[in-house]
Design a protein around this ligand. Structure first.
Ligand code: SAH
Length: 454
């Protein structure tokens, strides 16, 4: 559709850039697409076909993929890279709804355009008669929340990931619930432009005390041309930490300053699995953040004692508080560089019955995989040295670009170099409320191997 046709009917403020700016000043903004246009008409109204395209959620353009490149999208892969695109019919603005079609023009899916990103279109619907409007986002969000209810994660005193991006067919949107508060991470311009509709749906479904935007201007969001500072979008921010319950444990979560959205919910079940093997052992929790593994092993797992180490003083303050809060007197917390500290423990001949390694993402891109694997090898090699015979290694990697196979091969090399048998008991992933779409395996990132080292 020619530019001149589409623009007059397009409502100002419906583009994502406008939305993001508007929301900073308005707490009661109308749902997307319902804003008033106060400007006098400067051109005659567009013809019916063009007017239909201006209704919220309907496509303004068609993106045709190259021949032989359509298969992943028929298989519901939601990312259309610039390199897969043959041509665009129409002139979509960033944030517009577009249809994806084969190079001959056959409908494949409906998504949202962003010319600023290599990931040019994110697909959200695979039926041609579904507008991407407020009711559509609401039904997606309701379905995601219903899944958490099925998983038994709707206890208001606890925490859960309510929306896990592609795993919930909402590419670029993460929502975590901590008690009565929600923390949102947005990594797509498509979702950033629809925050009003998303928050309306979340408020209707969850009735939170507040919705906070967190970590949105870091990492991936930069690739989308997004600049969304942390802020309170709806309601109020909690005063001080939010306390959440997980089984018999309580965690203080810092929603405004903490890492990720405040807590590593993805490790919930892995912490319990590790704790099951911690009884009477001396445990080392390297990269402990707010003490998740350390305190779970000390209290739930009845470990003899735990040494928890993190390089961030903010993290160790949280870990100390969580240990004290749960009455874990046998947890020692240290602020130190993990690489230096693990070497010094090995040099001193210290031995542990369990070593937990949960380092930050070593590989931020595919190019960094080799280097990341060397870093994983190095800490795992020293961890094995620190383990007494029959000790338990809990080794994690949250680098999505390091595959499960690569990670296991790294452990294989560690076994070879150390001459110790590493018997893998479990190879785990992220917690149940972090679903991964089988159509988008890029969403799988967390590996957690639990092994006995002879
Ligand atoms: N196991 C934690 C999550 C760990 S996240 C949990 O279950 O909650 C990774 C942690 O590694 C972060 O807290 C970060 O501060 C820490 N970290 C990153 N680089 C480090 C280094 N070189 N030495 C020690 N800690 C480091």
């Amino acid at each position: 559709m020619p530019e001149g046709r589409r623009r007059p009917g397009r409502k100002p403020g419906t583009g994502p850039r406008h939305d993001a700016k508007d929301q900073r000043h308005r707490s009661d903004s109308a749902p997307e697409g319902r804003r008033r246009d106060d400007r006098p008409p400067v051109e005659p109204p567009p013809p019916p076909a063009a007017r239909a395209a201006d209704e919220p959620g309907l496509p303004t353009a068609t993106v045709l993929v190259k021949a032989k490149r359509a298969r992943p999208f028929f298989g519901r892969h939601p990312w259309v890279l610039d390199t897969a695109i043959d041509r665009v019919e129409g002139t979509p603005a960033d944030g517009d709804v577009v249809d994806l079609a084969t190079h001959e023009g056959r409908f494949i899916a409906r998504g949202i355009w962003n010319a600023s990103s290599r990931l040019r279109v994110r697909l959200y619907a695979f039926e041609s008669d579904v507008p991407l409007d407020a009711p559509f986002w609401r039904s997606r969000i309701d379905a995601a929340i219903a899944l958490r209810r099925t998983l038994g994660l709707d206890d208001r005193s606890g925490a859960a990931r309510l929306i896990n991006s592609e795993g919930d067919d909402l590419s670029g949107l993460i929502v975590d619930r901590y008690g009565d508060h929600l923390a949102i991470q947005v990594t797509s311009l498509a979702m950033a432009g629809r925050l009003d509709a998303i928050c309306d749906a979340l408020e209707a479904a969850v009735k939170p005390a507040g919705i906070l935007l967190r970590g949105a201007d870091r990492g991936l969001s930069k690739l989308e041309g997004l600049h969304l500072p942390d802020r309170v979008i709806r309601g109020t921010a909690p005063e001080g930490p939010v306390f959440i319950r997980e089984g018999s444990l309580s965690w203080g979560v810092d929603l405004t300053e903490g890492q990720k959205t405040g807590f590593y919910l993805d490790q919930r079940e892995n912490r319990r699995a590790a704790a099951l093997l911690a009884r009477d052992r001396r445990v080392l929790d390297l990269f402990c953040y707010s003490g998740g593994f350390a305190v779970t092993c000390a209290i739930t797992g009845s470990a003899r004692n735990v040494l928890a180490v993190d390089g961030s003083a903010k993290a160790t303050t949280l870990a100390r508080a969580n240990a004290d809060f749960n009455g874990a007197a046998n947890v020692t917390v240290e602020t130190a560089d993990a690489f230096g500290r693990i070497d010094s423990l090995a040099a001193a001949g210290e031995k542990f019955g369990m070593v937990i390694l949960d380092p930050p993402k070593f590989a931020r891109s595919r190019g960094a995989i080799e280097e990341a694997l060397r870093a994983y090898h190095r800490i795992n090699r020293v961890a094995v040295d620190l383990l007494e015979p029959g000790g338990i290694l809990v080794s994690c990697s949250c680098s999505g670009s390091v595959s499960r196979d690569d990670f296991l091969e790294m452990l294989s090399a560690v076994a070879q170099r150390s001459g110790r048998q590493i018997a893998m008991l479990e190879c785990r992933g992220a917690a149940l409320d972090h679903p991964v779409s089988a159509s988008c395996l890029e969403g799988e990132y967390l590996k957690c191997v639990i092994a006995r080292v002879a």
